[in-house]
Design a protein around this ligand. Structure first.
Ligand SMILES: [Ca+2]
Length: 378
């Protein structure tokens, strides 16, 4: 029995090794982190990396790490919560502003996603954030530890996009009183742009407080959107984890309702059915969907020169699928074209200054939280 197990294990290991050698890129491990989540490049080619327990670090491309930066917000670590995304203001070179998303503790065990920004001050061994202010909060705070979403993205016009998860509460995704289960569009200071789609929304229920969050909302009916990206034509997309089945890649349109939890091509974990998108055509349906799931952790659009065949394609970080998934799009439809086995849960894939790829592994089970650099095979 023991021998049989050992034989089976070695077959798996060989299969894994063969898969690695078939990859179209070399994989160079650079360093590792304590539960890393997000990565953003500084103009000088170094990186900011968040660790979920509440650390923000500056890292060189050869893996030299700074001390944890000081002056960052306290995070509510646990479950899926902690430090989330990091993004630089489009005018970072002038204003030094860094944006951080994280799980923020509240009263009575409630918690919620939040976004803070501060000015990055660099010192010889690390640095600190000054003038830190919270510019956005998920509303309302709820108990539980999951589905914060909270990926961030700046577009070419300087608007800040936030993907806000449903916190595993289902109904917020269709509830206009909540900014959860939504894609949000804000000005860089957290205020609401005048031309957002629901600025003039009025609830029909006379007991509802209309001083709400309508103005922030760009699209609704999302579950746990862990990836947002803009394609080479300027179109916004998101990728989100479905329930049991039904991961979705969505082309995001202004004011669009993507149907969760009323429709999903997946079903509830306990086996109860959720009607598929085909049954309710009034909701926008995904451009691509997956059962079994990818379990997407991040979405990017490749625009570099090192992998010329991939220009304009989506690259998805796969957690449960332990892969990087490449997706082609014609601007409205999309389909998976290749899946690269990484043998670890992949949390984030980011394009570097020369068109190379930088990958953060998740740290859970056999996944080790490494930073990997991918370059084309010779
Ligand atoms: Ca279904």
């Amino acid at each position: 029995m023991k021998r049989l197990l050992a034989t089976t294990l070695s077959v798996f290991l060989i299969a894994g090794a063969q898969a690695q050698s078939d990859l179209p890129f070399d994989v160079e491990p650079i360093t590792s982190f304590d539960e890393p989540w997000a990565l953003a490049f500084l103009p000088d080619g170094r990186m900011l990396v968040t660790e979920r327990k509440g650390n923000l670090l500056i890292v060189t491309q050869d893996g030299q790490k700074s001390r944890p930066l000081r002056g960052i917000p306290d995070v509510d670590y646990g479950g899926q919560g902690g430090f989330g995304d990091v993004a630089l203001h489009p005018d970072f070179a002038e204003n030094g502003l860094v944006y951080l998303s994280y799980a923020e503790g509240g009263t009575g065990g409630a918690r919620g996603a939040a976004v803070a920004r501060g000015v990055l001050n660099q010192t010889e061994r690390g640095g600190y954030l000054s003038d830190v202010e919270v510019i956005w909060r998920a509303y309302p705070k709820v108990v539980g530890y999951g589905h914060y979403g909270h990926r961030m993205l700046f577009d070419d016009e300087g608007y800040l996009w936030i993907s806000s998860g449903d916190r595993q509460k289902f109904t917020p995704a269709q509830d206009m009183q909540s900014n959860m289960g939504k894609i949000l569009r804000l000005n860089d200071d957290g205020s609401v742009p005048q031309d957002n789609p629901f600025g003039n929304y009025i609830d029909q229920d006379p007991f509802v407080d209309d001083e709400g969050v309508y103005g922030q909302i760009w699209s609704l009916g999302h579950r746990n959107p862990l990836g947002i990206a803009i394609d080479l034509d300027g179109q916004l997309w998101n990728i989100e984890m479905g329930p049991s089945g039904g991961d979705e890649l969505n082309r995001i349109v202004r004011g669009g309702n993507y149907g969760y939890p009323v429709v999903s091509n997946g079903d509830h974990y306990d086996g109860r059915e959720i009607p598929d998108h085909d049954k309710r055509p009034e909701f926008l349906k995904p451009a691509a969907w997956w059962t079994p799931v990818i379990s997407p952790g991040h979405l990017m659009v490749y625009s570099g020169d090192l992998f010329p065949d991939w220009r304009g394609d989506f690259l998805v970080a796969g957690l449960k699928s332990q892969a990087i998934v490449r997706i082609e799009t014609d601007g409205s439809n999309a389909r998976e074209v290749e899946r690269y086995a990484m043998n670890a849960r992949i949390r984030t894939v980011v394009q570097g200054p020369a068109g190379e790829l930088w990958v953060l592994e998740d740290e859970r089970a056999q996944s080790r939280g490494r930073l990997l650099k991918l370059t084309p095979k010779d």
